[in-house]
Design a protein around this ligand. Structure first.
Ligand SMILES: [Zn+2]
Length: 379
């Protein structure tokens, strides 16, 4: 019996989109959902009160690699788990650490059952195994855990991509077996998602899906996206993979996307997404609005007394002008990062709520057309 359950409420008759609810021990999450990224157990620039009360985020993503290195999973366990440590009462998904190990740290060695790497903080040597990353995430008390995977860079040869994919499948089996053993003796409830790899090769994606589906996991993620590939390829890999994943389980596209891409993933059967773009771009002065992108440092906003986005209900847009935000940005004031992040995340969450609403009303194809026409105009 799965501990995290997924209920489908509406299915789009023409695309693969669906609306549902993911039931977790820390609340119900309406899908499709965008998960703000809280790398170091914080969404940079926002308080947990902002996230819950203002933005109504139901689930956030935290990074296992970072929190394992600092402050350490044993300390977090001692302090009552990640929810209590960071005072976040709602759901948490943690990644497996695989992506950061392969992108940030100095890899020493990948063996059949482990990856040995050096911390990017102080060079210390560490080992991740499929089992140890499950243990770390259980110490955090994450609602949704991710299995360790190997995310190869792009482009990569078919031969290497195949080896990495087969290793990911073996690691998924090891992680899932270990996870099932661990949770039988635990009182808390969790879910483990497995990650589809295979770089940009459809045959490898299919092979990976077929093997992972055998394990009958709580959910499936499509990883290895947003590694520098052209956008049509990412969408194609999602299509190829999604077709083979069980319809009744949640699907999560990792690390995507731009605002106008969100409905494209949903149209291909994706229920969950995460991306650092809204928060990172906010800090860098890129604001997403219903009328396109605002680059706040531009001189044209110097005396602009209007809000960032007149259609946005967020605190930033209700309260401050573009001129004031531009001033804060130019002056390097920390309030800027907080106000800008709040706006960009509101924009992403509102887009997802709009998408969900249109699916429930049976009007998602019209919604998608409208977004495609608008983004063609902006380009
Ligand atoms: Zn706003």
């Amino acid at each position: 019996m799965p501990q995290i359950t997924f209920e489908i409420q509406a299915i789009c008759p023409t695309t693969r989109a669906r609306a549902g609810v993911l039931h977790t021990p820390h609340g119900d999450i309406e899908t499709p959902v965008f998960m703000p990224v809280g790398t170091q157990a914080t969404v940079k620039g926002l308080s947990q009160r902002d996230l819950a009360e203002e933005l109504d985020a139901r689930i956030i993503l935290c990074n296992t690699y970072h929190l394992y290195l600092r402050p350490g999973h044993e300390l977090i366990r001692q302090l009552g788990g990640l929810h209590r440590f960071m005072s976040w009462p709602r759901a948490i998904l943690t990644d497996s650490g695989g992506f950061q190990v392969f992108s940030l740290s100095g890899i020493r060695k990948i063996t059949e059952d482990a990856v040995i790497f050096n911390s990017h903080l102080n060079g210390d040597s560490h080992v991740f195994t499929p089992q140890s990353t499950v243990d770390v995430q259980l110490a955090f008390g994450s609602d949704i855990l991710m299995a360790l995977d190997e995310c190869p860079e792009y482009p990569v040869s078919h031969e290497y991509a195949r080896q990495a994919m087969l290793r990911t499948v073996r690691w998924a089996g090891a992680a899932y077996g270990h996870y099932l053993k661990q949770i039988t003796v635990m009182e808390s409830r969790h879910g483990l998602f497995l990650i589809v790899q295979g770089s940009m090769y459809p045959d490898l994606r299919r092979e990976c899906c077929a093997a992972l589906v055998e394990l009958d996991a709580d959910g499936y993620a499509i990883g290895g996206l947003s590694v520098g590939e052209p956008r049509p390829l990412s969408l194609e890999m999602v299509e190829v993979s999604e077709a083979l994943l069980p319809r009744e389980r949640p699907r999560y596209a990792m690390g995507v996307g731009m605002p106008d891409e969100l409905p494209e993933y949903v149209a291909r059967g994706i229920d969950m997404m995460d991306c650092v773009l809204p928060s990172r771009n906010a800090r860098n002065g890129y604001l997403f609005t219903s009328q396109g992108r605002v680059i706040i440092k531009h001189a044209r906003y110097k005396d602009d007394s209007g809000p960032v986005d007149p259609d946005c209900p967020c605190y930033t847009c209700r309260t401050y002008s573009r001129a004031y935000l531009r001033h804060l940005f130019q002056a390097g004031e920390i309030l800027y990062a907080s106000l800008a992040t709040r706006h960009n995340l509101q924009r992403y969450l509102d887009i997802m709520r709009g998408i969900r609403h249109s699916i429930l009303l049976g009007k998602f194809p019209e919604y998608l057309d409208c977004v495609r026409r608008a983004s063609a105009q902006i380009e």
